[in-house]
Design a protein around this ligand. Structure first.
Ligand code: C5P
Length: 410
C-alpha cells in the first residue's frame, strides 16, 4: 500500500469511532492497518459497538486504552474528552450506523463519540454500514445530505451481499479503501490556486413549454469529480444541467437547462481558467423550433426536426492558450479506440471513457469504471463507487495537468 511508502499516514493522530453494526468486526483490521501505516490511533466505541467486538481487541490492536464512556472518572483523569478531541487530526467513524448518523445530524452529544464529534475541529470522516433498506430510507439520505453540507466526508458505502442476507448499497467500504481515502485526505493540495470549470448532468432541449428532449445522466459522476477537485484545493465552478443533487461543499454552482445555456455559462467563465472538465451529457441535437404553446396531439405521425448543438468541449479545447481539457466518452463498443479518436479529434488533453449499455457502470448508477487516456498513456480505474472513482480521476487529472505545465512525466 502506498500510504506507508509515502508516509502520508505516518505519525498522523487518528481518532477512530466504532458504532454498533456487524461491520464493527472489520474495524479491528482497519485499526491494525492504520497502525501498520504508522498512524497513532485512539479508539472510541459506542455501547452498541461493544456487542459486536470487545474494547480489549481494539486496545491490543491500537496500542492505547479504548474509551467507551463519556463520564468515566478514570479515563478522564488521563486524557479528558476535550483533550482527546483536540488531539485528533482526523475523526474517522467506521462503521457508522444509521442511528449514529442520525445522532450526528441532530448534533446530539449523548455519549462520548457524538460529544467528541462536536468537540473536535478535526475533519470528520464516516464510513456508513447498514442494511440496504436503511441506507435507502429518506431519513438516512436526508441526514447524509445535511452532513455533507457540513463538510463531513462520507466514504462509500459499497454495494453487494450484506450480512443480513440482502444485497444492495450499505456495506462498509473495505478497510484498505478507507485507508487509501484517508491518505488522500492528507495529501498536498496539489490544485491550490487552480481555477476549474466543470460541466455536469444532462441538458434539456425544449420542444414546447412543457416537453423536452433529455437523457438519463444523473450528474453523480460530475458532482463527485467537482468535490474531489475541490478537495485538492481547486476553485471549482460547476455548470450543471438539471439534477436533484446538492452542490458539493465549497463548489460554486450555476444551474442551466439547455446546451446553449450551458455553452454561454461556460464561455462566460472560461477566461483565465486552468482546467476545463466536461462531464455533462450534453444533447447533441435540439428541436429546430420551440413551440410557444403546448403542442396538441393530432392523428398521424408527428415529426420533430432536430438541429445540432454546439460542442462545448471542442470549442473550449480550440481556444488559443485555453485550459487543460478533460472530456468524457460513453461508448457501447470499441471503448479504447473510440475514446482515443475523440481525444485526438476534439484536441483534448485527457479523456475518461466508460462502457455503457450493458450491466456495467454509467448513467443512473452509484458505481462506475473508467478507462482514462491521455496522449502519453492510459490507466484503468476499476469498478468502484463514483465518489471513489472521482477521487482517483481527480488525482490523475492533477498529475497530468502538472506534468503538462512543467513538461515532465509525473
Ligand atoms: O462526442 P461526444 O458527445 O461523445 O463527446 C462527449 C464529451 O464531449 C463529453 O465530455 C461531453 O461533456 C462533451 N460534449 C460537449 N458538448 C456537446 C457534446 C458533448 O461539451 N455538445
Amino acid at each position: 500500500m502506498s500510504t506507508q511508502a509515502d508516509g502520508s499516514l505516518s505519525g498522523r493522530r487518528l481518532l477512530v469511532g466504532v458504532t454498533g453494526g456487524i461491520a464493527a468486526y472489520k474495524s479491528a483490521h482497519l485499526v491494525r492497518l492504520l497502525r501498520t501505516a504508522g498512524a497513532q490511533v485512539r479508539v472510541v466505541m459506542t455501547a452498541a459497538a461493544q456487542s459486536f467486538i470487545t474494547p480489549l481487541t481494539l486496545q491490543a490492536l491500537s496500542g492505547s486504552p479504548v474509551r467507551t464512556r463519556l463520564l468515566d472518572p478514570g479515563a478522564e483523569a488521563g486524557m479528558d474528552h476535550i483533550e482527546l478531541a483536540r488531539w485528533a487530526e482526523r475523526v474517522l467513524v467506521a462503521p457508522a450506523s444509521a442511528h449514529f448518523l442520525a445522532r450526528l445530524a441532530q448534533g446530539l452529544a449523548d455519549d462520548l463519540l457524538t460529544t467528541l464529534c462536536l468537540a473536535s475541529a478535526a475533519p470528520l470522516w464516516v464510513a456508513p454500514a447498514m442494511n440496504q433498506q436503511m441506507w435507502r430510507h429518506p431519513a438516512t439520505q436526508d441526514n447524509l445530505a445535511l452532513l455533507r453540507r457540513r463538510s463531513v466526508t462520507i466514504l462509500g458505502p459499497a454495494e453487494g451481499e450484506q450480512a443480513c442476507g440482502e444485497s444492495g448499497p450499505g456495506r462498509m467500504l473495505e478497510p484498505e479503501a478507507i485507508i487509501a481515502a484517508l491518505a488522500d485526505g492528507f495529501r498536498a493540495r496539489t490544485l491550490e490556486g487552480c481555477r476549474v470549470v466543470l460541466t455536469a448532468g444532462p441538458t434539456r432541449e425544449a420542444i414546447d413549454p412543457v416537453r423536452f428532449v433529455g437523457n438519463r445522466s444523473s450528474g453523480r459522476m460530475g458532482y463527485a469529480l467537482a468535490q474531489a477537485l475541490a478537495g485538492f484545493g481547486a476553485a471549482v465552478e460547476l455548470v450543471s444541467g438539471p439534477s436533484g443533487l446538492e452542490p458539493p461543499a465549497g463548489v460554486t454552482r450555476v444551474v442551466v437547462e439547455s446546451a446553449l445555456e450551458m455553452e454561454t455559462a461556460v464561455m462566460e467563465r472560461i477566461e483565465g481558467c486552468d482546467l476545463f472538465v466536461a462531464a455533462a451529457a450534453v444533447a447533441d441535437y435540439r428541436p429546430e423550433q420551440v413551440a410557444p404553446a403546448k403542442i396538441k396531439k393530432s392523428e398521424g405521425v408527428f415529426t420533430l426536426r432536430l438541429v445540432r448543438n454546439p460542442d462545448i468541449l471542442a470549442r473550449v479545447s480550440a481556444l488559443p492558450g485555453g485550459p487543460f481539457t478533460v472530456g468524457f466518452a460513453a461508448e457501447t463498443e470499441r471503448l479504447e479506440e473510440q475514446a482515443r479518436a475523440k481525444l485526438v479529434g476534439k484536441g483534448l488533453d485527457m479523456i475518461a471513457a466508460n462502457q455503457v449499455g450493458g450491466t456495467e457502470g454509467g448513467f443512473e448508477r452509484e458505481d462506475n469504471a473508467l478507462l482514462v487516456l491521455w496522449r502519453g498513456g492510459q490507466r484503468l480505474l476499476p469498478m468502484a463507487p463514483k465518489t471513489e472513482i472521482a477521487e482517483q480521476l481527480a488525482r490523475l487529472i492533477a498529475e497530468q495537468y502538472h506534468a503538462q505545465a512543467t513538461g515532465q512525466d509525473p
